[in-house]
Design a protein around this ligand. Structure first.
Ligand SMILES: *[C@@H]1O[C@H](CO)[C@@H](O)[C@H](O)[C@H]1NC(C)=O
Ligand SMILES: *[C@@H]1O[C@H](CO)[C@@H](O)[C@H](O)[C@H]1NC(C)=O
Ligand SMILES: *[C@@H]1O[C@H](CO)[C@@H](O)[C@H](O)[C@H]1NC(C)=O
Ligand SMILES: *[C@@H]1O[C@H](CO)[C@@H](O)[C@H](O)[C@H]1NC(C)=O
Ligand SMILES: CC(=O)N[C@H]1CO[C@H](CO)[C@@H](O)[C@@H]1O
Ligand SMILES: CC(=O)N[C@H]1CO[C@H](CO)[C@@H](O)[C@@H]1O
Length: 603
C-alpha cells in the first residue's frame, strides 16, 4: 500500500510487487473529477514508484532527475545500460562519474535505493559531500539488494556510523554483509568499526570477544546486536555471556540461528539485560537438555522481571513443556509489560504443550500477539481453544499448520473451533497453510457473521471454488473485515468471478492482496474468464499502454520487456524495462491491464 500525497488530498494505491519486475496497481478510488495537473502528478508519482521497484536503473534515474529538476546525464544511462549490463557488472563505481557535480552523484545514488541489479556500491579516495552522503543513507535504509559498500577515504563525518546504524535499523530487508569505511577518521567518536561489524552480523567476525570486551564503551553505547544466521559464531565465546551479564543498554538482541544453547543464556540476560531489552530473537537454536532443569528458575525470573520486552521469539526449536511452563509463569507475574509479541511457532508443543497452554495462558495478560502455528496441536486444538478464547488481551493469533485432524472427527471440531475463535475479541487470525480443504468452508462461512476480526489469512488451504463461493457470500454481508488474504486455494476463474462479484458489493473490505499463485494457474487454463474476473475488480480496458517483450535468451532465459505509456498532450512517456521469466509473462499481461486502467482513469 502506497499513500500518495498531493497538495489537496491523499490517494492510496495498492502496489503489488511481483518477481521484482512487474507491479500491479489497483486504485480504490475514482479519480474522474481530478484536475489535470493533479492527475499528472499522481501518475508520475505512480510511474515513478513503479519504475523504482522495477529494477530499471536508467528509468528511475531519469524520473528522479525530472523530479528534482536537474538534467539527466545520458552518459550515466548509457554506461549502466550498456557497460554494466553487458558485462554483468553489479558493482556500481561512483568513480566512473566522479567528474559530475555533487547533485548529479546524489541522484545517481538515490536511484539505487530500489534497484535490484546492483549489489555493490564502491567509492574510494573521492570525497563525497553531505548531499551524496544523505542519499547513501537513504539507499541503505531502503535497498534489499546492496550487499557490499565501500566508502573508503570518502571524507565521511564522524556522525556517519550512527546515522548508518539508524538507517539499517529501518531496513529489515537489508542484506549488507560487508562494509568498508576505512580512512574516514570515524573512530574517535560515536560507534566504532568493531561495533559496526556487530550491527551487521558479519559472517566472519574477526573476534567477537575482543570486540565486546576490549573496553567499557560497548556496554555504554551498544543498542543493537545482531549475530543471527551465523551458526557456531558463539562457540567458545564466553565473553558474549560476560558482556550480556554486565549492565548494558542493549535494546535489540538477535541470536537466531547461531547454534547457541538457549538455556545457558538466561543467567546473563537476567543480570544485565532486564532494563532495556525489547527485542529478543532466539529462534532456530536449541535447549541443552542436560542443563535445562538447573536453568529453568533463571529463565522464569528473566521473563518475570524484564521491563521492556515487546518481541520474543523462541520459534523453530523443540520447547520442552517445562520450559513453556516457566516462560508463561514468568510472564504472568511480570507487571511491567503488555502488548508482547510471542513467537513460539514450530516448537513441537503437541499434546504436552497444549496442556500447559490450557492451564496457564489465560493469565498471561501481557501477550497481545501469539504465534503458535506449526506445533502439531491437531486433535489437541480443542484443549487449547478455551484458553485462547478466555484470554483478556490477545488480539492477533497465528494458528496455521495445526489442523491435521482425522477427517471424520473434523467437521464437528471445526464448527466448535469456529464458534469459539470467532467468539473472542481477536482482530487478526492467520490459518494459512492448514490444508483445511472443503472442511474449511464452515470457517469461511462464519466470517460473515463475525464482528471482531479485521484481518484474516486463509491462504494455502486448498479450499477450491466452494471456499471462494463461501468467501464471496461472507464478504457480501457487511462485516468488520478489512483485509483478507486468499491464495494457494486452488481457486479457478469461476471462483474468482464469485469473489469479484462480492467485491462489487463490498462496503468494508479494504485490502485483498492479489492471489498470484491461484490467478496464474487460473490464467493458464482460462485466460478470458480470469481476466473477466480481474476486470470486475476494477480493471477496465485501455488503449495506449504498450508492453513489448523480446525474447532475449541471454537474460535469465526469459523475456526482456519494455512498458511504454504515451499520451499526448500530457506527454507522459516513461518506460519500464525488465526481465520476465517465460512462465510469468501471461500473468503479467493482466497486471499490466490493471496498470493501464489506472492510467486511463487518471489521464
Ligand atoms: C527472528 O529470527 C528468525 C530466524 O533468523 C527470522 O526468520 C525472523 O524473521 C526473526 N524475527 C524478526 C521479528 O525479525
Ligand atoms: C452494507 O452497508 C451498506 C452501506 O452502509 C448498505 O447500503 C447495505 O445495505 C449493507 N448491506 C447489508 C447486506 O447489510
Ligand atoms: C483443484 O480443483 C480442481 C477442480 O476445480 C480439481 O480437479 C483438482 O483435483 C484440484 N486440485 C487439488 C490439488 O486439490
Ligand atoms: C497511443 O500511443 C501511440 C504511440 O505509442 C500514439 O501514436 C497514438 O496516437 C496513441 N493513441 C491515442 C489514442 O492516444
Ligand atoms: C493452485 C494452488 O496454489 N494450489 C495450492 C492450494 O493450497 C495447497 C495447500 O493447502 C497447495 O498444495 C496447492 O498447491
Ligand atoms: C460497492 C463498494 O462499496 N465497493 C467498495 C469495495 O471496497 C473498495 C475498497 O475499499 C471500495 O473502493 C469500493 O468502493
Amino acid at each position: 500500500q502506497v499513500i500518495i500525497d498531493t497538495d489537496k488530498s491523499s490517494y492510496s494505491l495498492r502496489l503489488i510487487i511481483w518477481t521484482n519486475v512487474s507491479v500491479c496497481i489497483f486504485l480504490p478510488f475514482s479519480p474522474a473529477s481530478l484536475p489535470k495537473e493533479a492527475a499528472v502528478r499522481i501518475i508520475s508519482h505512480a510511474l515513478f514508484l513503479f519504475l523504482r521497484v522495477s529494477g530499471g536503473f536508467s528509468e528511475t534515474y531519469a524520473a528522479l532527475c525530472d523530479y528534482n529538476g536537474i538534467s539527466c546525464k545520458e552518459e550515466v544511462q548509457w554506461d549502466v545500460d550498456t557497460i554494466y549490463h553487458s558485462q554483468d557488472n553489479r558493482e556500481f563505481n561512483l568513480l566512473d562519474f566522479s567528474h559530475l557535480e555533487s547533485r548529479d552523484l546524489a541522484v545517481i545514488v538515490a536511484s539505487m535505493a530500489y534497484n535490484t541489479w546492483f549489489t555493490k556500491l564502491y567509492c574510494k579516495d573521492l570525497r563525497i559531500g553531505s548531499e551524496v552522503t544523505e542519499q547513501v543513507l537513504h539507499t541503505i535504509s531502503k535497498s534489499s539488494s546492496l550487499e557490499e559498500i565501500t566508502l573508503e577515504n570518502a571524507g565521511l563525518k564522524s556522525d556517519f556510523p550512527q546515522k548508518m546504524s539508524a538507517a539499517l535499523s529501518e531496513n529489515p530487508a537489508s542484506v549488507i554483509h560487508s562494509l568498508n569505511l576505512a580512512h574516514n577518521s570515524l573512530d574517535n567518536q560515536g560507534i566504532t568499526k568493531h561495533e559496526f561489524l556487530l550491527l551487521l552480523g558479519l559472517e566472519k567476525l574477526v573476534s567477537l570477544s575482543q570486540a565486546l570486551c576490549s573496553s567499557d564503551e560497548y556496554s555504554n553505547s551498544l543498542l543493537h546486536l545482531d549475530l543471527s544466521k551465523n551458526p557456531g559464531v558463539l562457540s567458545g565465546e564466553d565473553n558474549l555471556y560476560l558482556f550480556l551479564s554486565q549492565p548494558n543498554c542493549l535494546v535489540h538482541l538477535d541470536l537466531s540461528g547461531t547454534d547457541c544453547s538457549v538455556d545457558s543464556l538466561f543467567g546473563a540476560l537476567l543480570r544485565g539485560c532486564c532494563a532495556d531489552l525489547s527485542f529478543l530473537n532466539l529462534s532456530k537454536n536449541s535447549f541443552s537438555h542436560r542443563k535445562v532443569k538447573d536453568t529453568l528458575p533463571l529463565f522464569r525470573q528473566f521473563f518475570s522481571s524484564a521491563f521492556s520486552l515487546t518481541y520474543v521469539s523462541l520459534a523453530s526449536m523443540k520447547l520442552p513443556p517445562d520450559v513453556l511452563r516457566a516462560l508463561l509463569t514468568g510472564l504472568t507475574s511480570n507487571p511491567h509489560i503488555n502488548d508482547l509479541h510471542l513467537d513460539i511457532s514450530s516448537c513441537e508443543l503437541r499434546s504436552a504443550g497444549a496442556v500447559v497452554i490450557q492451564e496457564l495462558f489465560p493469565r498471561v495478560s501481557s501477550i497481545a500477539t501469539l504465534d503458535i502455528s506449526d506445533n502439531g496441536l491437531d486433535a489437541d486444538l480443542l484443549t487449547v481453544l478455551p484458553a485462547l478464547s478466555r484470554h483478556p488481551s490477545l488480539k492477533h493469533l497465528h494458528l496455521g499448520k495445526n489442523f491435521n485432524i482425522k477427517n471424520r472427527c473434523c467437521q464437528g471440531s471445526l464448527s466448535r473451533f469456529t464458534a469459539v475463535i470467532y467468539g473472542c475479541a481477536l482482530q487478526s487470525l492467520s490459518l494459512s497453510d492448514s490444508r483445511l480443504r472443503s472442511r474449511g468452508t464452515v470457517l469461511v462461512n462464519a466470517l460473515g457473521s463475525n464482528t471482531c476480526l479485521r484481518k484474516v489469512d486463509l491462504s494455502g488451504n486448498n479450499m477450491d471454488n466452494i471456499g471462494a463461493k463461501m468467501l464471496s457470500k461472507a464478504l457480501q454481508i457487511n462485516t468488520t473485515l478489512r483485509s483478507v488474504t486468499w491464495d494457494r486455494n486452488n481457486t479457478s476463474a469461476a471462483g474468482f468471478l464469485d469473489v469479484a462479484r462480492a467485491l462489487e458489493h463490498n462496503f468494508t473490505l479494504q485490502y485483498m492482496p492479489l492471489p498470484l499463485s491461484d490467478i496464474s494457474q487460473a490464467y493458464r487454463s482460462a485466460p478470458e474468464r480470469t481476466e473477466q474476473a480481474l476486470t470486475k475488480v476494477g480493471i477496465a480496458d485501455l488503449i495506449n499502454v504498450s508492453l513489448v517483450c523480446n525474447r532475449a535468451a541471454q537474460w535469465f532465459g526469459g523475456y526482456r520487456c519494455r512498458l511504454a505509456v504515451r499520451k499526448s498532450p500530457v506527454c507522459v512517456s516513461f518506460c519500464m524495462d525488465g526481465w520476465l521469466a517465460t512462465e510469468h509473462l501471461h500473468f503479467c499481461l493482466s497486471c499490466f491491464n490493471a496498470f493501464k486502467a489506472f492510467i486511463h482513469q487518471v489521464l
